[in-house]
Design a binder for this molecule. Structure first.
Ligand code: HEM
Length: 424
């Protein structure tokens, strides 16, 4: 089955994600009419679009049959894909992080940082993270009764946390924020490097590549430092990590830092900003959490489902397969639509309603299987600590103008969330 050109063009349109309703309607239509079908938007190779929760899990469960690294892991048009392969000696990837790897490499590289990011090892960081959260709550109070929660709190707090965990000094945080926004906001003229709508293919790849180069230059220096002066941080684990007894490759090490430094805050920032937006629009939900802070973990899961900041990842079939009643051929490219899975009516009652006490809440926003988000426990912990600190002082919140979203089709969420609030 083939998806209509109109819908196919919508699901890759960065502006449709910024609009919100437009993308929700496109996916609702697909779940109803064509839950597993082929899209071929203008300028793209065809790809399957997986929109049902059950089918997303089915693909993610079988990571030998559905590979990450064989083709681009993020949907991309034919021309930039060609350009990247020319630049990278045939590889479809500009970086080689965990996301682009399959076994045996994926397992070996993931093991290097996985232990440090488990809940029992993160516990030691909680007191420090609470101190950071309190600092942001104090700063919010200093704004008086109005602020842009996205820009003034949500973008900065997870950035500060991941940079401490990674080992990047505070003075370099603005640079990391800018580079991350340029990378994920490449299609957004407010955020990208050129300040223009990206219309030219070559320009788009060049600007992403120059951002990647800047990241690499920065982390090269960090690697040298941590080899000479090991510390208790993720950068030290990456700089000194060994694969089969050998130091990890340069591209792999650089890519490891980049994914931790980018995936490690933009996603959590979007979720935090989107949560406050939803609470401001749903005073009954705000009142529930205020009256019973034991609902904070529920608020967190619901806001991750609600925002779903990672909009998709791609997989490639390594053999002919059957999925959701369709025949997939070896080499087919497959889009896992996390926002669609998280609004699947077959799994979530009233999926378009924000409910802090939704149970169960088996969202797929962190993915599933071998590649499931490495930072999920850190993300949950830092959000819990922030909400505990904020709810202890925040008495009222409402929107103070219309929030906006980033223009992007990969990792994105709110860009601005103006609020009026009362704190004590
Ligand atoms: C992978 C979402 C926070 C690091 C992923 C994936 C998703 C995701 C959907 C792909 C999973 C898959 O392919 O099955 C999120 C969301 C977050 C978040 C929604 C916050 C609400 C973080 C944080 C870190 C992080 C704080 C910091 C360390 C990573 C890494 C991977 C990853 C390294 C690649 C894992 C692999 O391929 O093995 N994340 N993430 N993420 N995430 Fe997160």
């Amino acid at each position: 089955m083939t998806i209509s050109t109109d819908i196919a063009n919508t699901i890759i349109d960065p502006k449709a994600y910024a609009d919100g309703d437009r993308i929700d309607q496109a996916f609702a239509h697909l779940r109803r009419e064509a839950p597993l079908a082929v899209a071929q938007p203008d300028g793209f190779d065809p790809f399957w679009v997986v929109t049902r929760h059950a089918d997303i899990l089915e693909v993610e469960r079988q990571n030998e049959l559905f590979h990450n690294g064989d083709r681009a892991t993020v949907v991309t048009t034919i021309e930039p894909d060609k350009k990247v392969r020319e630049m990278m000696g045939g590889s479809p990837h500009l970086v080689r992080s965990l996301v682009q790897m399959d076994n045996p490499d994926h397992f070996a590289y993931r093991k290097i940082t996985q232990g440090a990011l488990l809940p029992q090892n993160l516990r030691a960081l909680e007191a420090r993270i609470r101190e950071i959260a309190r600092g942001f709550v104090d700063r919010m109070a200093e704004h008086g009764d109005r602020c842009d929660f996205a820009r003034d709190v949500a973008f900065l707090y997870p950035l500060h946390v991941i940079m401490e965990v990674l080992g990047v000094p505070e003075s370099d945080e603005p640079r990391m924020l800018k580079l991350t926004q340029e990378l994920f906001g490449n299609a957004d003229p407010d955020l990208n490097r050129t300040g223009k709508s990206v219309t030219d293919v070559g320009e788009g790849v060049d600007s992403i590549q120059s951002v990647v180069m800047d990241f690499m230059m920065y982390f090269n220096a960090i690697t040298e430092d941590r080899r000479a002066n090991p510390r208790d941080d993720l950068a030290t684990l990456i700089a000194n990590g060994k694969i089969n007894g050998e130091p990890m490759g340069h591209l792999e090490a650089m890519s490891y830092y980049i994914i931790a430094a980018t995936a490690g805050h933009d996603t959590t920032s979007s979720t935090t900003a989107g949560a406050l937006w939803a609470l401001a629009e749903n005073p009954d939900q705000f009142a529930k959490v205020k009256a019973d802070p034991s609902l904070i973990p529920g608020l967190i899961e619901e806001s991750i489902r609600w925002v779903t900041p990672v909009k998709h990842f791609m997989r490639t079939a390594t053999a002919d397969a059957e999925l959701g009643g369709q025949k997939i051929a070896k080499g087919d490219w497959i889009m896992l639509s996390y926002p669609s899975g998280n609004r699947d009516e077959a799994v979530f009652e009233d999926p378009f309603t924000f409910r802090v006490d939704r149970t169960p809440n088996k969202h797929v926003a962190f993915g599933y299987g071998a590649h499931i988000c490495l930072g999920q426990h850190l993300a949950r912990m830092e959000m819990r600590v922030l909400w505990e600190e904020l709810f202890a002082r925040l008495d009222h919140v409402e929107l103070d103008g219309a929030p906006t979203r980033m223009v992007a089709n990969f990792v994105c969420g709110p860009k601005s969330v103006p609020i009026r609030f009362k704190m004590h």
